[in-house]
Design a protein around this ligand. Sequence first.
Ligand SMILES: [Ca+2]
Ligand SMILES: [Ca+2]
Ligand SMILES: [Ca+2]
Ligand SMILES: [Zn+2]
Length: 397
Amino acid sequence: MAFQQMMGCVRRAGWAVVGGVALAAPSFGATPLDFPSLSEINSGHTYAWRWGSSYLMEQPTAGPYTYTYGVSSDFMSNQANITPSVARAVIEHSLHSWTVASRAQLQFERAPWSAVMNDGGAPPDQWEGPSIQEWLNGDFPGVYPGWGANFEFFSVPTGFTIASQGVHYIMKPTSLAFTVVNRVGSTHITSVDIYFNSSFNWFDAHETGEQSNGSNNGGSAIEAPMYDLATVLLHELGHALGLDHPNEAQSNGSANLSPYTFGAGYPWSSEVLMYGVYQGIRNQPTFDEVGGVAFLYGLPSPLDLDNNGVVGGADLAKLLANWGGTELGQQGDLNYDAKVNSADLNILLSNFGAHVTAGMVGEPIESEDADPSTPSETKALVLDCYHVPLNGAGTTE
Ligand SMILES: [Ca+2]
Ligand SMILES: [Ca+2]
Ligand SMILES: [Ca+2]
Ligand SMILES: [Zn+2]
């Protein structure tokens, strides 16, 4: 399955011209990782970090959840336009953006161990973390072979290859990054390694004052385009949390879910963070992903401000109480643009009376699902993603 996934990415490698598709959509949709069918989605078979996924998620229903992260010691050390220390700060800032987008339910803390690539069945000799025996004896359930932190970050050149759980990966010249998502059964993410292509020129748009324009990469020369590290980080973290590319959902037999009602059948847009081709600088997840994460992690719909499962008068009252607010993602900022205004009101009114039910993050691993301690049941999923156009130019007019 994972191998097929990878091959599909090969066929998509030159996909920059997608930006010409008409996008006059009334609403966008989030897509669960690995493109489950609608019936799979409805039966709870979507990948997310769940109880048992992480040794730090011992309480099945009580958020907030805390994940560990690690950064390789040579992360972005070959770059001309960003220093390793700035790159680390960008990682921390990007993680925080997802904390905000999850309404503080997903939090991150530095792991006490160095980052390690999950490239085989055993931890490396020099690793300072728990031994393989400790890892497998129950102290660290469900994370095989997740040596190291839950989320780890590496920078590797074009041509880099790695084999993880029988799947071979390669950093292609058109890939800005890929994410290896180790999974158990059909529901549990257990560890994630995120690889950036160090053969590209990276920079920090926030530090250099570049503005989000949704259209280009900072105006660099064609011969040496630069890519915003935070933008790609935010996108890869979307994969790491259980989201996929909405523009590929239909062709893969999956569905786009409304970020507001979680209903299926919504169109995709190149304007959202999880669109599969780099479109320019993004400062934070878009409302599409905010709703998608709410669905996956059992959070209330952004529309359901009183968390009673239906969009009604109490939600309207809460929105109006925050009218004019400018805090990103506050109650009433339904479309996640740091404004509570008529756009949000229109969304609420057009969904008035809708029933909204989020996912089931609190469900324990069920017996029919794979035993997380059984290595043979664990599969990795590669997301060879966030392509760049072959000529390195911006993809939109
Ligand atoms: Ca790792
Ligand atoms: Ca409500
Ligand atoms: Ca708004
Ligand atoms: Zn992607």
